[in-house]
Design a protein around this ligand. Sequence first.
Ligand code: PSU
Ligand code: MN
Length: 279
Amino acid sequence: MVALESTVIAHGLPRPANLEAARACEAAVRTAGATPATIAIAASELVVGADEALLRALADTPKVRKVSTRDIAPALALGELGATTVAASVEIASLAGISVFATGGIGGVHRGAERTDDVSADLLAISRYPVVVICAGAKLILDIPRTLERLESLGVPVVTVGSDEFPAFTVRSSGHRSPYRVDDPARIVAIARLRLSQRGGIVVALPVEEREALDPRDAERALAAAEAEAARLGIGGGDVTPFLLREIAERDARAVRANVALLVANARFAATIAVAMTS
Ligand code: PSU
Ligand code: MN
């Protein structure tokens, strides 16, 4: 099985790309021989394997709760419709006994965290739950070197496939070295098995494919404009990531295309890892 998150559906992508991406990720997992389970919260239940109606609700409902670790209990008790982040999704996946998870980009240490303390709960959750997290790195909106430092402090192995550098989501290279580069899936599986036996998770980063990747300078420029807008409007806390993603999507249609392409590629790769881990 491959667990998938739902914040990307509700808050990470514009309509209708969000629902199309959710379906395409599930299809990619199935084609590669595994079973997808999109995670969410609905009607006071943890959902592991959202059905078509729930995927649609997550994609179309205007105010879906973004559920990170701290929101799981309130969202359940209050009966809210909740889209789970990487943090909440890996926690719920591990409860369900699923050990492979795919997403687009993980949360991390935000730029300016020395002032705001804005560090995603994703990092702590990945360190705590025995789940392989397959992603395209961390977004340029984050402070990538500090994100890698924090993962080291938390004891999380970071392995990049096919590149010496840790990727930056829609941009292939971040300019920062990945702690490990492992190109052979069998070796990734070997590392993952041992890491999961330590009762903690691992980050496996797969750079976005070359033909979909954005130019780093264009991406930096779009980000700077989005950040200026966020500062002007006083956006803070958990709203920062969705706001910046939305702003960037509005400024650049290629960013959305690249985002969907990497989500599907990660889901497919996660399925091959999941299949290999069970054999
Ligand atoms: N990065 C993306 N798209 C996303 C997210 C991150 O490119 O949709 C979502 C993921 O669900 C991630 C969450 O777990 O944002 C992190 O939010 P925060 O920084 O508030 O923890
Ligand atoms: Mn945050």
